[in-house]
Design a protein around this ligand. Structure first.
Ligand SMILES: [Zn+2]
Length: 136
């Protein structure tokens, strides 16, 4: 079990996710989402959703953040924040699986203005997950 994350860290991650959300490319759904991954060394890597005219090719903010982190050499994370909408959101099922590939860490869901926050462990959002993260 990884250590708790303090409220200051949570708020900083939410702020980064909100900044990423402002750069989302979501002309079809108009549902902009931002994400911010906290690497073990404290580095924050952002992602936003990137939609496409061929809708199945769209990319969620969380997976965009994971790809950006991996290409920079990060594979161990303490938390991810994801923000969008009027109420706190949580990662979709596909993103839960992709995140779980890299361990069991904190997920903070927020709304677009960062005022409604919820917090889970990834293992709560995706119990009995398939993959290498099991048994940690
Ligand atoms: Zn997703």
């Amino acid at each position: 079990m990884q250590a708790e994350i303090d409220q200051e860290t949570v708020l900083a991650l939410i702020g980064a996710a909100r900044q990423a959300r402002a750069r989302a490319y979501a002309p079809y759904s108009r549902f902009a989402v931002g994400a911010a991954l906290l690497a073990e060394d404290g580095t924050v890597i952002e992602g936003c959703n990137v939609e496409n005219a061929s809708s199945p090719l769209g990319l969620c903010a969380e997976r965009a953040a994971v790809a950006a982190a991996v290409v920079r050499g990060y594979r161990r994370f303490r938390a991810i924040a994801v923000v969008g909408g009027e109420r706190a959101i949580s990662p979709c099922g596909g993103c839960r699986q992709v995140l779980r590939e890299f361990g069991d860490f904190w997920v903070v869901g927020g709304n677009a203005d960062g005022t409604a926050l919820e917090r889970w462990r990834l293992s709560e959002l995706l119990p009995a997950a398939f993959g290498p993260g099991l048994g940690e």
